[in-house]
Design a protein around this ligand. Structure first.
Ligand SMILES: Cc1cc2nc3c(=O)[nH]c(=O)nc-3n(C[C@H](O)[C@H](O)[C@H](O)COP(=O)(O)OP(=O)(O)OC[C@H]3O[C@@H](n4cnc5c(N)ncnc54)[C@H](O)[C@@H]3O)c2cc1C
Length: 421
């Protein structure tokens, strides 16, 4: 295994040890850089460790789409509904929301679909290559996914999403009630119509992936530093050092900011403001669900998912625009479990572990993968929203291409940090 001690390439510091930071570190080590990963927390905590585990290659439809504004009043008034805006956070949310509404225009929406599809079309192959390198192919379950609907009305209303998925080469199979039962006999009568796509896969435990990847990077000489970064020392047109709690100074040659939902504070300091918001999601992992759920399942009308994992059945979802500071409201996790019981009548709901994570949400659902236009040695990889696990490894590769000055084989304009200027 090559060690990352090659001094013909610059040293790179990656801020953030979530899956996007680790993926960037991995691709940079492959390119021969000496890499340091800085984070305030341990690798086995945070948003990248507790998610639903999907390699969601079919999810190229941005949340912002024409007509979504009709649903917004209901979001404000149902605190346990699938989408919720915390009223106290509304004033801070306005700049983001303005861009979100712009992203709902048909033309912008279609641009978002293409930008996401560009990353998703490379996602599976990059995960498979990584897993082969780690010798961990068994961590990924490649048995596809089901989307189920209670009503024909909702099923028909989303027909255009499914057409878009097909247009982007996703294998989509329509299911009636019998078809659903063939795949998932534990689903009760509420699951009436659906789709199956074999292209999708899920990790049996996202924390296992993150931990194994970090161990692999340590073995290859990557230095992991624990520090809460509070500021940036700038000069000569770039960043010279990270300033951390207690006045610690971490010198920088090149910096990649992968700080998830917290990235906006740092990019603003460098003259690269970007509207990023914490899109808070919840789940509960049931250790003994008492039913045999074989695939990851999305319950379309109620906007939640179910993933069979090695430690139990994970039931989660929810979009709560509530900022970075407010504590979790686990009533939302409980509400999702109650909904799940509606679809899976025999589900045993005792003994669950509740969790909340901060998805880094951009207004157009498209991540930032970009050099800084203002700081010459700074790069950004953040804002992967609901698809951070899915798009992480391809993001790392694109970042390595940007730093090496290689052609990434993809138009990078949609992912630029200054795309809203
Ligand atoms: C309920 C839920 C389900 C999800 N399901 C899926 C799924 O099935 N598939 C999928 O692809 N995605 C899913 N996601 C999304 C995915 O989890 C995220 O997009 C992804 O984890 C983001 O990774 P990241 O590395 O960008 O950010 P993070 O994992 O948040 O990492 C950012 C890191 O930066 C560090 N940091 C920030 N600021 C500082 C600072 N100033 N100093 C030091 N350290 C700092 C933080 O400590 C953190 O460790 C889900 C998310 C949630 C909440």
């Amino acid at each position: 295994m090559p060690n990352n001690q090659d001094k013909t390439t610059p040293d790179v510091t990656v801020l953030g040890n979530g899956i996007v930071g680790l993926a960037c570190a991995y691709a940079l080590v492959e390119d021969g850089h000496r890499v340091t990963v800085v984070d305030r927390g341990p690798v086995d905590s945070g948003t990248s460790t507790g998610n639903a585990g999907a390699i969601a290659v079919a999810e190229m439809i941005p949340i912002a789409e024409p007509g979504i504004w009709k649903r917004i009043p209901a979001m404000l008034w149902d605190p346990l509904g699938p989408l919720y805006l915390r009223i106290a956070h509304l004033p801070k949310l306005l700049p983001w929301f303005y861009r979100f509404m712009q992203a709902c225009r048909a033309e912008d929406h279609h641009k978002g679909v293409s930008a996401l599809a560009g990353l998703l079309s490379r996602s599976m192959e990059t995960h498979l290559a990584l897993l082969q390198r780690l010798g961990a192919q068994d961590m990924l379950r490649r048995n596809g996914t089901l989307f189920v609907y209670r009503s024909e009305e909702a099923f028909n209303a989303e027909a255009h999403h499914w057409q878009a998925r097909k247009d982007h080469g996703i294998d989509v199979q329509r299911l009636d009630r019998d078809g659903i039962l063939e795949h998932e006999p534990a689903l009760g009568p509420e699951a009436r119509l659906g789709y199956f796509t074999p292209d999708w896969a899920h990790y049996r435990d996202p924390k296992e992936l993150v931990t194994l990847l970090a161990d692999h990077l340590r073995e290859r000489g990557v230095n992991f530093e624990r520090a809460q970064v509070t500021g940036l020392e700038t000069g000569d047109g770039g960043v010279k050092a990270l300033i951390a709690d207690g006045g610690k100074r971490i010198a920088i040659e090149r910096l990649v900011i992968c700080a998830g939902a917290w990235s906006g504070r740092l990019s603003r300091e460098l003259g690269d403001p970007f509207p990023i918001e914490a899109d808070r999601g919840y789940n509960t992992t049931l250790p003994d669900p008492g039913v045999d759920i074989r695939h990851m399942i999305t319950f379309a009308e109620d906007s939640f998912v179910m993933t069979p994992m090695r430690m139990g059945l994970r039931i989660g979802g929810s979009v709560e625009m509530g900022g970075l500071e407010a504590g979790p409201n686990y009533q939302r996790s409980k509400a999702l479990v109650s909904l799940a019981k509606r679809y899976v009548p025999d589900l045993r709901t005792e003994g669950g572990t509740e969790w909340m994570g901060h998805r880094p949400g951009t207004p157009d659902s498209v991540p930032v993968i970009s050099a800084s236009p203002h700081a010459k040695n700074v790069y950004y990889a953040f804002g992967h929203g609901h698809l951070g696990l899915t798009m992480s490894i391809v993001t790392g590769r694109l970042m390595a291409d940007l730093i090496a000055g290689r052609d990434p084989g993809l138009d990078m304009a949609p992912y630029r940090i200054d795309r809203y200027r």
